[in-house]
Design a protein around this ligand. Structure first.
Ligand code: OGA
Ligand code: ZN
Ligand code: ZN
Length: 458
């Protein structure tokens, strides 16, 4: 399996390196923007010509409709547990009384500067009921007087955005997390690319990078200086660097007494980094400062979520083994004087409650030899694991290319597995990369902030 994979890489890498700048075309992603004035969420997919020209890939950027008419209420009526609301456009929704009371927006119940609830749980009761409800003449506001005399006013727009219906919930879901698009080897025809300088200067370019990371899970950034420190610069703009046992950033090259297999010239199986950490880094960056000029040192990427979905369909019982059996991942070494012995125990595949794949924990060199199962279970686990690897290493499931000096590969470490072909470096250590990690929470926060900023400024 390995030998075939390596020869494939040597051939495939060259083809890819020579291919022209590729484009990410993914117009199917619904992106949400927040209306600056009224904080109204809405979806409005449309492409900006200016953005298309300035970047090498297209994005689901939107033109916000700041002139969208305000939502108007037509009438309200009191049900048993809920307030029934009819909107001017004829649609209707129901809002639980307990939810309405919980979300009173008055200054005693809500701290606007922190966008946070002040109301204490002791002041919230299941049997809370309105004494009076009324819609303002213009239809823009709902007023509720509660049985204890407390008064709440809700703006119609605000209420409508929070309606308990699938349309509004899908808008919020998109704000929470962009929907991933799983990919296969065809991705080699559209490797997402971005320009370092544009990312540093242009908010729209940075937003597209962040969106692309959520949707496709990787990007190759070109045009960084061929020196250390570029990750720091990019990170200050996009997110922040998350330190690990290898420091805030680390140099990947062939080292004596290597503290990590990556710090040798050996080939690396497809893996994600630092599976030994319970807080496994979310996103990995590898900045190629100098590349090995001979054959080898190529990168291979695979969308592990796609392979996991295939595995679930083809081999459901083996799939369950990989989601249920706990595996020990361990990292024991001394790196630049820092001694560590880190263990995390987790299944190889984690699934979200809704069935979506959460992450694949895979690292040939980071998996411990201690295995807390019976010998029979171990045999079954290996059978499931090797079946997964067979799928993973099918040519249709990965993409190969060789990073060039000045390029930064950014990968979702929870989703995109990466590997490397062996190379034979010179004594001076010709091949040199700087690595670091980002955090999804901060990246998504930045994406939401940029969406609001760009929606407000266009
Ligand atoms: C790493 C790694 C790949 C490479 O440092 O985690 O996988 O191309 N490096 O050197
Ligand atoms: Zn209140
Ligand atoms: Zn790695």
């Amino acid at each position: 399996m390995q030998a075939g994979w390596h020869s494939l890489l040597r051939r495939g890498g060259r083809i890819l390196r020579d291919s022209a700048v590729l484009m990410w075309t993914s117009a199917s992603i619904g992106t949400t923007y927040v209306r600056a004035k009224q904080m109204a969420f809405f979806a409005a997919p449309a492409l900006s010509g200016k953005l298309l020209k300035r970047n090498n890939y297209t994005s689901p950027s939107v033109t916000p409709d700041l002139n969208r008419p305000r939502t108007e209420l037509a009438s309200v009526s009191q049900g048993h547990n809920t307030l029934k609301v009819r909107w001017r456009d004829g649609e209707s929704d129901e809002f639980p009384y307990v939810w309405l009371r919980d979300n009173c927006q008055c200054p005693a119940c809500f701290l606007r500067s922190a966008s946070s609830r002040l109301l204490r749980v002791a002041d919230l009761a299941m049997d809370v009921r309105p004494r009076e409800v009324q819609v303002s003449k213009d239809g823009y506001f709902l007023q509720v007087v509660w049985e204890n005399g407390h008064e709440s006013t809700y703006e119609a727009d605000w209420l409508n955005e929070r309606a308990f219906n699938t349309r509004q919930q899908s808008v919020y879901n998109n704000t929470y997390r962009l929907r991933p698009e799983l990919w296969d080897s065809n991705m080699s025809q559209r490797i997402p690319r971005a320009s370092f300088d544009e990312l540093m200067e242009d908010d729209a370019a940075l937003l597209k990078l962040l969106e692309c990371m959520e949707v496709l899970g990787f990007t190759v950034v070109s045009g960084a200086r061929r020196e250390e420190g570029e990750l720091q610069r990019l990170s200050e703009r996009a997110s922040h660097l998350v330190p690990s046992n290898y420091g805030t950033t680390f140099i990947v090259k062939d080292k004596n007494d290597a503290s990590n297999v990556a710090y040798t010239s050996h080939g690396l199986d497809l893996h994600c980094d630092l599976v030994c950490l319970h807080y496994k880094p979310c996103v990995q960056l590898l900045h190629c400062i100098t590349q090995f000029s001979g054959d080898g040192g190529d990168s291979i990427l695979a969308d592990s979520h796609r392979v996991a979905v295939q595995m679930r369909e083809l081999y459901p019982q083996k799939f369950r083994f990989l989601t249920d059996v706990l595996v020990n991942f361990r990292d024991v070494a001394t790196d630049e004087g820092f001694q560590f012995d880190i263990i995390a125990r987790r299944p190889m595949i984690s699934v979200r409650p809704d069935g979506e794949i959460k992450t694949v924990n895979m690292s040939t060199f980071g998996r411990d030899s201690h295995f807390g199962v019976s010998p029979e279970e171990a045999v079954s686990w290996y059978d499931a694991y090797l079946t997964f690897c067979d799928l993973l290493y099918r040519p249709e499931n990965h993409v190969t290319f060789k990073l060039e000096a000045g390029e930064i590969l950014i990968m979702d470490n929870l989703r995109v597995l990466h590997g490397r072909t062996a190379y034979k470096d010179t004594a001076e250590g010709e091949r040199r990369l700087e690595g670091g990690f980002w955090d999804w929470d901060m990246m998504r926060s930045r994406r939401r902030g940029l969406q609001k900023k760009l929606a407000g400024s266009s």
